[in-house]
Design a protein. Structure first.
Length: 266
């Protein structure tokens, strides 16, 4: 593997489509990922959710890296920070938060189509999530709408539990249904092995099917921001909320809460 870990073609694809897949880069980090996810599920944090499923189990939780050593080691020492900085075309990569998502076998509930950006108090064109499965994924892989990070309006954020509005107000575009309009939207979707990763912009519309397989689907996602990311006010409590952060509109995220992991990436 080349030191840069990502080709110029992949960077161009990321800028054009808002998402790419990178193969095998995190294979040696899988034991730590498994350790961290197991601890997270055994000791859920304050934001843990079961997502109101009536069949199977869809667990997710976030913002646990400061209390789960395996996650902190991955954040600080894995190739993730340099990888996203290059994809974002940013000189820096600042860590935003971790997110664990687990769909047990026989869980038909899909992850609804959404953008992450409306839920966050971050604005900017240099953002990236890394979605890393701990298990082979086929039909339950991440699905992303190519080019949606360049849409004029962001997609209406909704509650995953009941599809209700996440905020009381806002100027949003309706939640899309690319399966109903396959000629209008190009969906990116990859079969993946443990160690692979999908990188996608916070503004890229994405979702996932339910897990009808006989094996669980565990994934760890790490969220990052780059040089141009700034704090922005939203019309209500964001997710994650980070209460008491004290930041004002237009400011960079405070580094004591959101550490700068990569600097001066060229």
């Amino acid at each position: 593997m080349e030191r840069c870990m990502i080709t110029q073609t992949q960077i161009a694809d990321y800028q054009r489509d808002g998402a790419i897949v990178v193969r095998g880069l995190f294979k040696e980090w899988l034991p730590l990922m498994e350790e961290g996810v197991a601890q997270n599920m055994a000791e859920p944090g304050e934001y843990a959710s079961e997502n109101a499923v009536t069949q199977g189990r869809f667990f997710d939780d976030y913002c646990n890296w400061t209390r789960i050593p395996a996650f902190e080691k991955i954040v600080r020492e894995s190739p993730a920070a340099e990888l996203v900085a290059r994809a974002m075309q940013s000189r820096s990569a600042q860590f935003f938060h971790d997110h664990v998502l687990v769909k047990e076998p026989g869980t038909p509930k899909p992850t609804p189509w959404h953008q992450d950006a409306p839920y966050y108090f971050v604005t900017g064109e240099q953002t990236a999530s890394i979605w890393m499965p701990l298990d082979p994924v086929r039909d339950a892989s991440l699905r992303l709408i190519a080019g949606s990070h360049k849409w004029d309006k962001m997609v209406r954020p909704v509650s995953w539990a009941d599809d209700s509005d996440f905020y009381d107000k806002g100027d949003w575009t309706p939640v899309p249904d690319p399966d109903a309009h396959p000629d209008d939207m190009r969906v990116l979707e990859w079969e993946m092995e443990p160690g692979d990763a999908v990188l996608f912009d916070f503004r890229t519309v994405h979702g996932a099917r339910g897990n009808t397989a006989q094996a669980r689907r565990r994934a760890l996602s790490l969220r990052w921001v780059g040089d141009d990311a700034r704090y922005v006010e939203r019309p209500g409590r964001t997710s994650p909320p980070f209460p008491g952060h004290g930041m004002q509109g237009g400011e960079r995220l405070r580094e004591d809460w959101f550490p700068m992991i990569a600097r001066d990436v060229t």
